[in-house]
Design a protein around this ligand. Sequence first.
Ligand SMILES: NC(=O)c1ccc[n+]([C@@H]2O[C@H](COP(=O)([O-])OP(=O)(O)OC[C@H]3O[C@@H](n4cnc5c(N)ncnc54)[C@H](OP(=O)(O)O)[C@@H]3O)[C@@H](O)[C@H]2O)c1
Length: 248
Amino acid sequence: MIKALVTGSNGQLGKSFQHCTLEYPEFDFIYKDFFELDICDENQLGNFFKKNKVNVVINCAAYTDVDQSEVETEKAEKINTNAVGILSDLSIKYKFKLIHFSTDYIFDGTSNKPYVEDSPIAPLGVYGKTKAEGEKLILKTRGNAWIIRTSWLFSPFGENFVKKIISLSQKKNKINVVSDQIGSPTYTLDLVRDVLKIISNRILSNDPKILHYTNAGQTSWYEFAKKIKVLCKLNCFINSIETDSSKA
Ligand SMILES: NC(=O)c1ccc[n+]([C@@H]2O[C@H](COP(=O)([O-])OP(=O)(O)OC[C@H]3O[C@@H](n4cnc5c(N)ncnc54)[C@H](OP(=O)(O)O)[C@@H]3O)[C@@H](O)[C@H]2O)c1
C-alpha cells in the first residue's frame, strides 16, 4: 500500500483526489484540510509525520485568491512560500515524496509560444510571486519533490470558471468575458488520475523535478465561456471584452 497524505483536501483539487479514492485501491489516503492539519504549522506537521509513516504527500493546500493576495500578502507568503519550504525540508527528514502544485501565474504571460519547464519565470502579482518562491525553496532544499505546474483548473468541485459562468447565466442575460488572455483549461480529474498513475508506477525520481501538466489545446476565457454556454445549454449572451476594459 502507498500511504498518501493529501493536504488542503477540501479545496477544488483536494476534493478531486477524494473523488478518485476508490479507483486506486493500492493507495491508503489520509485527507486533511486546514482545520485538521495546517501546513504553516511546523510542529503540527512534525507530530503528524512522527505518528504517520507516509510515502507521499500531495500538497493541494494553497492560498489561491489572486486578487485578495494583493491585500493579504503576508498570509499568501506563509502558505504558498514558507509552508512549501517546510514541507520540502520534512520530505527529506521523513523520507516521503512531495507532490506540489504550481501555476501559470509564475510567468508574465507575454510569450506567444507555450511555456516550457525551463522558460524564465517572471511573476507579475503577489499570488504568482509567492508560488514562484515556493518552487525555489523546493529546488534550493533539494526536497524529494515534484512540482507540477498547471493552469485554468475546472471540475465539479470548489470554485472555478465553468461553475462561475453557469451561475452567472442564471442571474444575467449578458456576461462579459475577456478574449485577450489565452490558456489551457485543465480538468482536475485528468490531472489527479495521471498524478496517481505516476506515483503508483513509482517513476518519481529522487531529485526535485518540474513538470507542466495541462489538457491539450489552448483557448481564451471568451471562447471557453462560449463553449460552456453551448455544452451546458445556457441561456445568456457571452460578450467579448479586453482585459483593460474589464479593469475600468
Ligand atoms: N484553481 C486553478 O485554476 C489553479 C491553476 C493552476 C494551479 N493551481 C494550483 O493548484 C493547487 C490547488 O488549487 P485549488 O484550485 O484546489 O485551490 P483551492 O480550491 O483554493 O484549495 C486550496 C485548499 O487549501 C486549503 N488551505 C489554505 N491554507 C491552508 C493551510 N495553511 N493548511 C492547510 N490547508 C490550507 C484551503 O482551505 P480554506 O478554503 O479553508 O482556506 C483550501 O481547502 C494550488 O497549489 C494552486 O496554486 C490552481
